[in-house]
Design a protein. Structure first.
Length: 116
């Protein structure tokens, strides 16, 4: 890794989903990528030689990894795109355009409109 600045995020607990280190209390990030995890003491060798900042935004939080599942079963779109959608993002389908429902009020209004 080239030596760039790090942002360190301490947390009450970080669930790593890594068998060798299932939990940590600090994570160092550079350019949007996790560089290392552990305790602040564990990160000290990095912090001693690399410009860094400590962001305490999550200090009293539990952090878990985000999981993204980008696939869709081939048959699912064939079935679902034939129906109207109520979703947080706008959808444009062969059956029409459906605006995003970004608030509970929007959601209820769209559901009522579709049932009518």
């Amino acid at each position: 890794m080239t030596e760039r600045s790090l942002t360190v995020f301490p947390a009450r607990k970080i669930i790593t989903v890594e068998r060798a280190l299932p939990e940590a209390t600090a994570v160092a990030v550079s350019d949007g990528r996790i560089v290392t995890v552990g305790t602040l003491d564990d990160l000290e060798p990095w912090l001693a030689r690399i410009d860094h900042s400590i962001d305490r935004s999550f200090e009293d939080k539990v952090l878990v990894p985000g999981l993204i599942d980008p696939h869709m079963h081939p048959l699912l779109p064939a079935v679902l795109t034939q129906m109207p959608f109520v979703a947080p993002d706008p959808w444009s389908l062969p059956t029409g355009s459906f605006p995003g429902a970004t608030t509970p009020r929007d959601f209820l209004a769209q559901v009522k409109r579709l049932f009518a």
